[in-house]
Design a protein around this ligand. Structure first.
Ligand code: ARG
Length: 463
């Protein structure tokens, strides 16, 4: 609070005394919302053109304002613009500069609009733009996963439940599981963009305006699908912000689970993958160390992204209609979430490119934990045994193997005989992990032919 503010705000005439400095300091959002400058200028230009088209303001003045707004855009872009807390936010900083450059005619621009419809218009445009950029980052991760899957299409590993070996799966199938999650995230983003594409501009402070504006024109020119239908809803709600934060949270959660896999697989206890040095860091004390900090950052930042969704829910849940300053913090929350997620996506991309499965280790692990016990049960089912009985017989076979300290694929016909007599020569094959994997031809199962189909389908969809 070192700075003294001067008090000729746009609303200053109504006030008797000066605004308290702590209020000036905390009310100002320019440090954060200057990020919206380009959207703010876009919306102002279209608004100004519309006012002239409707003969609300003189065409000559409209042109002067539009040219000057473009000049301001260049000033901000080239970092020549001086943002000032005295002018609170991006909207008033730009309007103030307009006054400096063209004088009192700048005063025509704010006809039939309020910062309330202005800010939510800008923010919707920003969110649509940023959602599109996240889509590209997600697509990149999908491609990287597919390349990794293709390179290691035949690698067999254990699939887990409860982190205990469950059934053998293809490593490529494992990677494609994450591809499916990310594909759904892309769909969620498309939906978010659709829902955000309504134009609040022209809703005014809350009630609309008596001036003859054309909201269809501004909607079309700003690439919105249509104008919002209720002026109070338009300036009050931020459900599109929550939707953005939700989509970010889900996507971050998916990446975080993947990061957690890599941390476990990269541990010395498991040692199922190696990660190249470019995505590892060292220790200041232990000379031997190579740590997967990159994956831990992804997991850690996810907590912050998810808590942002929570924070903004709490901000919104108690607000009656219409505008309240509480909502101003939506920008900080969203910008942070966007940056964290965009970094997480880039970290994930690079981790995928940097990792290599230890094929032998994976294969050997897949033999452990009697992972083909279900295959034996299904073999019996195909022989006509009821599944519940087959389950028991297979459990008995597992107990025999455990007692003899053998893996299931090491068992002999004499062992099978102890639990089931009516087998054929193929029975021992059933206990092999390769056979197990390739037999999972049910739609969505882990067989190689399914994996190849899914890879091709995804590549087609993304093109
Ligand atoms: N900077 C404000 C925000 O982001 C703009 C809206 C201000 N409106 C108002 N009535 N004070 O929320």
């Amino acid at each position: 609070m070192k700075k003294k503010f001067n008090h000729n705000t746009v609303w200053g005439k109504r006030m008797k005394g000066k605004t308290n400095n702590i209020l000036l300091e905390t009310n100002a959002s320019i440090d954060v919302d200057k990020e919206l400058y380009s959207e703010d200028i876009d919306a102002s230009i279209i608004h100004c053109k519309m006012l002239a088209k409707q003969s609300v303001i003189p065409a000559k003045i409209s042109k002067k304002i539009v040219n000057c707004l473009e000049k301001i855009r260049r000033e901000i872009k080239s970092k020549k613009f001086k943002f000032n807390k005295k002018h609170e936010d991006i909207h008033l900083n730009i309007e103030n500069r307009l006054f400096e450059l063209i004088g009192p005619d700048a005063g025509y621009l704010h006809t039939a609009r309020s910062r309330n419809d202005q800010v939510t218009t800008d923010f919707r445009l920003w969110i649509i733009k940023s959602a599109k950029s996240l889509k590209q980052d997600i697509k990149k991760v999908i491609y990287d996963l597919i390349i990794l899957a293709k390179k290691n299409i035949d690698v067999i590993m254990p699939g887990f439940t409860h982190l205990k070996n469950a059934q053998p799966v293809l490593f490529s199938h494992y990677m494609l599981a994450y591809v499916e999650m990310l594909k759904r995230d892309l769909k969620k983003i498309e939906n978010l963009i659709l829902n955000t594409s309504e134009n609040p501009l022209g809703s005014g402070a809350l009630a609309g305006t008596s001036i003859n504006i054309d909201r269809n024109y501004t909607s079309k020119k700003l690439n919105f699908t249509k104008p919002t239908s209720n002026s109070m809803d338009a300036v009050s709600d931020r459900d599109y912000v929550l939707e953005f934060l939700f989509v970010c949270s889900v996507n971050a959660m998916h990446l975080s689970r993947f990061a957690e896999e890599l941390i476990i697989w990269n541990s010395d206890l498991v040692d199922m993958i190696t990660i190249k040095d470019d995505m590892l860091t060292g220790s200041s004390m232990m000379p031997q160390k190579k740590n997967p900090d990159s994956a831990e950052i992804i997991r850690g930042k996810t907590a912050i992204i998810i808590s942002s969704l929570n924070s903004f829910f709490i901000i919104m849940k108690g607000l009656p209609l219409s505008y309240f300053k509480d909502m101003q913090d939506d920008k900080k929350i969203v910008f942070e979430s966007y940056n964290n997620l965009s970094n997480n996506l880039k970290l994930t991309s690079n981790l995928i490119k940097s990792m290599k499965p230890n094929k032998k280790k994976m294969y050997n692990y897949s033999l452990k934990g009697f992972t083909t016990a279900t295959d034996f049960a299904e073999y019996l089912v195909k022989k006509g045994v009821r599944f519940r009985e087959a389950h028991k017989k297979s459990a008995m076979l597992v107990n025999i193997a455990e007692k003899l300290n053998l893996t299931l694929n090491e068992l002999k016909l004499e062992h099978i005989k102890k639990v089931y007599n009516n087998f054929d020569s193929n029975v021992l094959n059933v206990l092999k992990v390769e056979n197990s994997v390739n037999s999972k031809k049910s739609f969505g199962g882990t067989s190689k032919q399914n994996v190849i189909k899914m890879i091709n389908k995804t590549l087609k969809e993304l093109r």
